[in-house]
Design a protein around this ligand. Sequence first.
Ligand code: ADP
Ligand code: MG
Length: 641
Amino acid sequence: MNRKYFIASVLGFIALCLVPVFTHNPYYIHLVETIMIYAILLFGLDIVVGYTGQVSLGHAGLFGIGAYTAGVLFLKVGAPFWVILPASIVVTGIFGAILALPALRVSGPYLAMVTMAFGTIIQILINEMTFLTEGPMGLKIPKPTVAGYKFTEESFYWVVCVMLALSLLVVHRVLRSQLGRAFEALRGSPVASDCMGVSVYRYKVYAFVISAGFAGLAGCLYAYSEQYISPNTYNNELTVMFLLAIIMGGRKTRLGAMLGATIIVLLPKLLDDLEAFRMVASGLAVLMLVGAVIGIARHRTTWQTMFVPVVGTAALTAFSFWLDNITDWRLSIFGLMILFVVYYLQDGIVGFARSLMGKTANSDNVIDLTAGQNQQGALVRATENGDGDLLVANQVLMQFGGLKAINQVDLKIKRGTIHGLIGPNGSGKSTMMNVLTGIYVPTAGDIAFAGRSVVGRTSSDIALSGIARTFQNVQLFGEMTALQNVQVGLHHTFKSNFLDVALHTPRYSKEEQAATERGMSLLHFVGLAQLANEEARNLPYGKQRLLEIARALALDPQLLLLDEPAAGLTAPDIKELVQIIRKIRDHGITVILIEHHMDVVMSICDTVSVLDFGQKIAEGQPAEVQANEKVIEAYLGGTAT
Ligand code: ADP
Ligand code: MG
């Protein structure tokens, strides 16, 4: 967190803590308390929704589990508060792992359905397991007592304040760490995550578990805050509200989560009170107008895009003064506002404000560009050099339905060489790479890498054993900075776990520092150091390809697979690329190069294999292959036109 944000957070926290000093009205205190409790849950939900990009409609269920764990432990076991609080987190975390299981198989609308079913089942279970939960009767829980002190409405408010601050700190640290980068990588490109050694499987579960932990904490605090819990609270409407809060506040921001929580708590109240509604609508209209004027003055937006939001909020204000009774209109106004936000503020309120100010979500991930400059020599760790074949593929067959994309191909890759793989479009080159990296399991045949079979192992396992790759269709983590992309590749260098990250132990700090330096030195290596803080999706195409190479090198691979790295590059860029590939080989890394630019292949490859319709039709030194009749006919002849 940079200083400005830090100071703002501390001031905000102090202001929150002072609420009970300024008002003794229990209604307001309780309202703010509820907002804070929801915010804790939303921090967690944002990990799943905003970072890993999964939809979860099961979080009201998790919230209920947290609340009922607290209720049941108190009433049936008589456990003290300091046991109940962590127990709620742990129990809900376990349910989070269960909720993650469907996310491993389905995504999008299917996942939304399954997680919603999860929430419904939880609600039914709470209702039916009367021996534990008293069913629809609900449970009564008094404010906790710790060491003889019984918390009051006001003093419990401060407990929630402290929990909010702790949650904020933990979630902030987690998301800035290698764990947060792994979560975000899942959203950017699951395939690339796996091929960078970040197991999609493991980190999806991890994200759900951490997310559920926050839901459990929130649920527990909620039980003590309300002093009464019943199954009806944890319904599908609440779960949709949570998701809406994330969308309206803006994903990937803690401020957004807090705004979202405020909106979902206050909006229903607001729509009960015409006076307040008029005030807020007017305020919103003014804010929108000022925002639009600033945005346009700074050339961040245009009149055309701002027209509807400005007129819309103004119309809402006019409407609010025209109304003399709000109750009939509640649902319609609510629906309209949601529609408006989802349509016009797709990055939520915070995202919208950021775009007007000309900031990106990564503004606080900026690092000093001079780091790692003097590390250039250390590109690779000592790999086992020596002669012999690093990779031996034997009679590989890859069948898609009736199509033999690879048909009985043998391949031997000598250590320390650049091995070209060429052939016309659709001849099976990319499929070969996908087979080598575990994305596809070959129908038949075997592949040994450094003496160990690759077949049947997961992509992340294969990646960690030393095969790195780039993709024909660039697969970067678009919303992450260039440096963060490379740092995802460096994920394997981290030994620190969740606790290290949350507590900022020396072990974690050291690893993070090392990852920044090494990441920067890899960016230097491909000539992108100056663009380290740029979001990957904003880089020019040629630079994106180089960034993919830097990220792949971060794995410390023995074998690097490049799938058409020169495609779409300009002539000077290709020259630079050739230099870089040579340098990589000189560092002892073996390279398999798929390429259509014949001059590139001829100038840097030591050996070339040619595929045609999935079969290997020639192999040898570049000059030999170029002269081969079959090759000319199949490939060179075809493209020479
Ligand atoms: P190249 O990279 O040499 O241009 P590919 O390896 O991408 O060719 O494709 C080889 C053949 O395999 C093509 O006919 C392609 O349509 C087919 N193919 C590749 N992946 C799949 C898949 N997942 N399902 C079905 N067919 C596929
Ligand atoms: Mg291809």
